[in-house]
Design a protein around this ligand. Structure first.
Ligand code: PCA
Length: 217
């Protein structure tokens, strides 16, 4: 078998009344980029339970990537949030873009309660801080479409542990934040640069660093 040389990055379509989704804006800027001998392929996922995962699974099959990082917008968060854990529940506060609003449904009927990311998130956070990007470890990706995709991603790769995968939430872009007074934001170009660094570290790090980054609440 030939070595896997593709990095799959995904972003999302706009949702919740927004005109843009900075996750796709940031990820699409890396389409075709070469990082550490790998080629980046960017894909946009629909903000919809079910179909988002179908699209992701098709991309995994087609690309056979070495590394997968899904990215989503988390309005209100101030930093890049490196997600630690995906949980097996869909509980939508607002309907998705196809008007579905599941409440307390499993992502995968017979799946385990949770999956951990296989990205070296501590080493990634450290490298991001060193490079001057705001980043944190997050203990929850929520219960909406992002967690749905994150859980489905980890489930799809559960027998392919060599394929690193995980999820990163990002803040609003400045243009979005201007319509949400007081909300923190991060420039899309900054997010793109940070993602490039994240990919580099994920490809270069075998064992994650042991750095305290827990939370009391
Ligand atoms: N953020 C949503 C779904 C799509 C996105 O970009 C979430 O956090 O679930």
């Amino acid at each position: 078998m030939t070595a896997r040389r593709t990095v799959l990055l995904t972003g999302f379509q706009p949702f919740g009344g927004e005109q843009v989704n900075p996750s796709w804006q940031a990820v699409s800027a890396l389409q075709g980029a070469r990082i550490a001998g790998h080629r980046v392929v960017a894909r946009e996922l629909p903000v919809a339970f079910g179909t988002s995962l179908k699209a992701l699974r098709a991309a995994l099959k087609e690309m056979q990537p070495a590394l997968v990082i899904c990215v989503g917008q988390a309005g209100g968060r101030a930093q890049l949030s490196l997600e630690r854990v995906a949980i097996n529940v869909d509980d939508a506060r607002i309907p998705d873009n196809r008007d579905q609003q599941p409440v307390d449904m499993p992502v995968i009927g017979d799946g385990p309660a949770a999956y951990f990311t296989t990205l070296p998130i501590k080493a990634m956070r450290e490298a991001l801080h060193t490079a001057g990007f705001p980043a944190e470890i997050s203990q929850t990706a929520g219960t909406y479409v992002c967690n749905h995709v994150f859980y489905g991603l980890m489930h799809a790769l559960r027998r392919q542990r060599a394929v690193r995968a995980g999820f990163i939430h990002i803040p609003y872009s400045p243009a979005q934040a201007s319509a949400h007074p007081g909300a923190p934001s991060l420039a899309v170009e900054t997010v793109t640069q940070a993602l490039r660094e994240v990919v580099r570290v994920a490809l270069a790090t075998r064992d994650d660093a042991r750095i305290a980054a827990g939370a009391e609440h």
